[in-house]
Ligand binder design. Structure first.
Ligand code: HEM
Ligand SMILES: *[C@@H]1O[C@H](CO)[C@@H](O)[C@H](O)[C@H]1NC(C)=O
Ligand SMILES: *[C@@H]1O[C@H](CO)[C@@H](O)[C@H](O)[C@H]1NC(C)=O
Ligand SMILES: *[C@@H]1O[C@H](CO)[C@@H](O)[C@H](O)[C@H]1NC(C)=O
Ligand SMILES: *[C@@H]1O[C@H](CO)[C@@H](O)[C@H](O)[C@H]1NC(C)=O
Ligand SMILES: *[C@@H]1O[C@H](CO)[C@@H](O)[C@H](O)[C@H]1NC(C)=O
Length: 484
């Protein structure tokens, strides 16, 4: 047979297949168990799971069958062990992959979640690290006044109204303005914060844009909104008011003014304004959605378990409020074991950002789990969905059981916390975890020290299998009853 031009595609196809087979079977990853027999050859299996919205469920099932490390594609792995998580996530030279740019629309102007390179990310994180520290937040007079104004006054008024009028309330919606008024006070300062608990029309404009945030014009509106908030914030926090004094300690006026101070040292005014508005917008959104989801699952779980409401209430009402103060201190609130167990257990079972969170090492290979050698640029990810369901660490993993945290010895609890990954871990762990925990605890305190909750309609409460995982029905209808 003579060689003709028509043979070229066939030869090309054979060469392509041969190369694929080599990658599949002689590749360093070829000894890692395959989630599906096709995974050495293609990502098709994984893409189908993503498309069907069951990626975490499918990975979890595969880990149960195959152990703590599995292959999801020619150059892609999932890990489900503490050792693996530490190797990858507690090492700053592993970087986030390009996936983040698509998932969080981070191409326009980078904000921290979408900063892939170690150096760039580290410099942004250092600008905000101290203001987000636990002790800083606990001692902040801004936080103290927000807890009282937003939660104890405005939100409590809503609760009282709901109870008196015996209203049916969709809490998934109702928690969002409350959380945002608090977050914007923290990010932009008390004078510049939103007041969405009172001004519904302003809130609704934001939500309409947020629901369509995939569309360019809606995205522009959100960024414009954030820009206005930043300008307002910087105007109220001029040089003199930038820092407030409280019992000898100094406090920064807001995250916005703090970040602005750092950015303008190295960036031109235009870049400073762009980076600032995008970073702040991301923090507003990150907090609003995740915290509202957790509060929804806390009130859902407590409504299903009235006995836990009683236990919680007695712990909360046991708590003394310091003299001349209107609310217990953040530190005292943080020391309540039942409240802490309820929040932690809800974050375990209903992790609102379950992952998976992909990483890769740009240049070197690494060793994971019993000596598998993983080549550079292999995508590796873990998810709290799967880590939180190891049944030797969390027996009956699908059950909401706050007692597992209360009954554990100090040593057992430390072991469980190693597997607790609601906020991720390592250098790119959630910067807002302490703020989120404080606001969760304060809201739950305001609700359950005075009110009982009952489910009116709890349908559609199964959790979505997605990066931001709210209830599939996107609602929870509750009734609030004032305790006699
Ligand atoms: C219950 C509430 C929250 C949950 C469950 C949560 C969860 C997470 C997780 C799992 C990550 C790590 C992603 C990864 O490893 O790639 C993360 C990162 C992040 N979160 Fe949160 N988050 C919450 C609240 C907040 C709040 C209140 C803020 C800010 C106000 C915030 C801002 C961020 C930022 C900026 C990052 C990126 C950190 C970095 O790149 O170093 N989150 N969050
Ligand atoms: C993470 O890494 C840091 C320094 O690289 C180290 O000090 C710390 O102990 C590590 N954490 C864990 C849990 O291994
Ligand atoms: C609500 O906010 C809008 C826009 O900022 C403002 O024009 C309006 O006066 C506010 N309404 C109330 C009741 O505060
Ligand atoms: C209430 O306080 C008392 C005295 O400090 C303590 O013994 C008791 O265990 C507390 N009750 C709860 C439910 O925390
Ligand atoms: C981080 O990972 C790289 C690649 O595996 C390794 O060479 C390096 O030693 C690790 N760094 C630390 C601090 O463990
Ligand atoms: C669960 O955790 C234990 C150690 O605490 C570990 O030995 C085991 O492999 C884990 N199980 C799964 C399914 O990952």
């Amino acid at each position: 047979m003579e060689f003709s031009i028509f043979h070229i595609p066939i030869l090309a196809f054979l060469a392509y297949s041969l190369q694929k087979l080599c990658v599949a079977y002689f590749h360093p990853l070829s000894n890692v168990p395959n989630a599906h027999f096709t995974t050495p050859l293609s990502r098709a299996w994984l893409l189908v799971q993503k498309y069907r919205g069951c990626e975490n469920h499918a990975r979890h099932a595969a880990h149960k069958r195959l152990g703590p490390i599995i292959r999801l594609g020619p150059h892609e792995l999932s890990i489900n062990s503490i050792e693996g998580v530490q190797t990858v996530y507690n090492n700053s030279s592993f970087e986030r992959t390009e996936w983040f740019l698509n998932a969080f629309r981070g191409r326009e102007a980078p904000f921290m979640v979408c900063m892939l390179r170690t150096k760039e990310h580290g410099s942004r994180k250092r600008m905000m690290a101290s203001i987000y520290m636990k002790t800083y937040i606990q001692n902040s007079p801004v936080i103290k006044s927000l807890v009282i104004d937003v939660f104890q006054k405005s939100f409590r008024n809503e609760l009282a109204k709901w109870a008196v009028d015996a209203l049916t309330v969709d809490v998934m919606q109702a928690f969002q303005p409350c959380v945002t008024d608090f977050t914007t006070g923290w990010l932009f300062g008390i004078k510049a914060r939103t007041d969405w608990l009172h001004n519904k029309s302003e809130a609704n404009t934001f939500y309409r844009n947020f629901e369509r945030s995939g569309a360019d014009d809606a995205q522009q509106n959100l960024r414009q909104w954030s820009n206005e908030m930043c300008q307002k914030s910087l105007k109220t926090a001029d040089a003199k008011n930038d820092i407030c004094q409280d019992g000898g300690a100094t406090h920064k006026a807001s995250v916005c003014s703090e970040l602005h101070t750092h950015l303008r040292k190295t960036e031109n005014p235009e870049a400073t304004a762009t980076f600032l508005k995008d970073e702040m917008l991301d923090h507003v959104i990150a907090n609003q959605i995740a915290t509202a989801i957790v509060l929804t699952y806390v009130t859902y779980s407590l409504s299903l378990n009235p006995l836990w409401q009683t236990k919680l209430r007695s712990e909360l009402n046991n708590l003394s409020t310091p003299q001349n103060e209107k609310f217990p201190s953040p530190r005292d609130l943080d020391s309540l074991p039942i409240l802490d167990a309820i929040i932690t257990e809800t974050l375990r079972l209903y992790s609102p950002n379950p992952g998976p969170w992909p990483r890769h090492h740009p240049t070197s290979s690494c060793q994971i789990n019993g000596g598998y050698t993983i080549p550079a640029r292999t995508t590796i990810s873990a998810s709290s969905y799967t880590l939180h369901r190891n049944d030797s660490v969390f027996p009956d993993p699908e059950e909401w059981k706050p007692e597992r945290w209360l009954e554990a010895s100090t040593e057992q609890r430390a072991g469980m916390m190693k597997w607790f990954w609601a906020f991720g871990s390592g250098t790119r762990m959630c910067i807002g975890s302490n703020l989120a925990l404080l606001s969760l605890k304060a809201v739950v305190k305001v609700i359950y020290s005075e009110f009982e909750t009952e489910i009116v309609d709890g349908s559609g409460m199964e959790q979505m299998d997605s990066v931001i995982a709210g209830p599939v029905g996107d609602k929870l209808l509750l009734k609030f009853v004032k305790v006699k």
